[in-house]
Design a protein around this ligand. Structure first.
Ligand code: B12
Length: 211
């Protein structure tokens, strides 16, 4: 089995030590960080999602897989983030109210930082008002929102509506993402952009900033 398939396999079984060790080995073997992320860690997490859906895995298994994913990400983060690049602009980022999923949001943050953006990470379960307050307080250009649950997606619409209500929609652009979110949903709620993965999020944010 190649090292990335092995990595995905150990993520699936929630073995954080093995995932940590194999991620280090993959880096040492010279594999590109993006490939380790996509074909190792994310590939493993996609299978976890599928198995969880058909009740082949349970919540504690998913939590262990998430911990293992984070153990691998710790080694990749420094390689994905370049330090000391001049800031291209500020992005306020968070998982919306009611949503505790933060792995994808964190990845978006890492790649945005890597591309030279300043990121203010508000964490998860972020209330609509908090997004708006933080963007104002930090003079951000962009608000990025993540939702992994169909039940929390409407929170994104609340933030967009709040910006309109406070006439701040001209000042802050919004970008949304997360597994159930689509380009069409972004259009429907009046968000400025949608990103299907972390690399695409960077492209779309650059587009919003006119870079
Ligand atoms: C890990 C996980 C958990 C972990 C989360 C740990 C953590 N710290 O994040 C735990 C165990 C806590 C969890 C809990 C729950 N979960 Co859960 N979980 C998952 C799982 C398996 C993987 C998510 C993940 O991390 N993927 C890997 C990352 C890298 O991918 P991603 O998040 O999609 O992010 C990428 C893109 O979407 C995009 N992106 C993400 N955010 C943003 C933001 C912006 C601005 C942009 C541009 C792009 C972008 O870029 C990312 C990088 O490429 C998914 C299955 C799945 N395939 O999505 C279920 C899943 C999301 N969970 C699900 C459910 C039902 C739950 C629970 C309700 C279960 C329960 N009964 O309690 C709870 C809800 C908790 C809550 N209130 O939020 C369902 C949701 C169903 C639905 N459609 O609503 C899913 C789809 C599983 C399933 N198939 O049924 N979960």
């Amino acid at each position: 089995m190649d090292i990335l398939a092995e990595l995905a396999q150990h993520l699936l079984s929630g073995d954080d030590q093995k995932v940590s060790e194999l991620t280090r080995q993959a880096i040492a073997a010279g594999l590109p960080p993006k490939q380790i992320l996509d074909d190792g860690l994310i590939a493993g997490m996609t299978i976890v999602g599928e198995r969880f859906k058909c009740h082949d895995l349970y919540l504690p298994d998913v939590l262990m897989a998430a911990q293992a994913m984070n153990a691998g990400l710790e080694h990749l983060k420094p390689l994905l983030v370049r330090e000391g690049v001049p800031s291209l602009g500020k992005v306020v980022l968070g998982s919306v109210q009611g949503d505790l999923h933060d792995i994808g949001k964190n990845l978006v943050g890492v790649l945005l930082k890597g591309a030279g953006f300043e990121v203010v990470d508000l964490g998860s379960d972020v209330a609509p008002e908090r997004f708006v307050e933080a963007a104002t307080q930090h003079a951000a250009a962009i608000i990025g929102m993540s939702a992994l649950l169909t039940t929390t997606m409407p929170e994104m619409a609340r933030v967009v509506a709040l910006l309109k209500e406070q006439r701040l929609d001209g000042r802050f652009k919004t970008i949304i993402g997360g597994a159930p979110v689509t380009e069409r949903y972004a259009r429907e709620i009046g968000a400025d952009a949608y990103g299907f993965d972390a690399a695409n999020a960077v492209e779309r944010v650059k587009g919003l900033m006119g870079k």
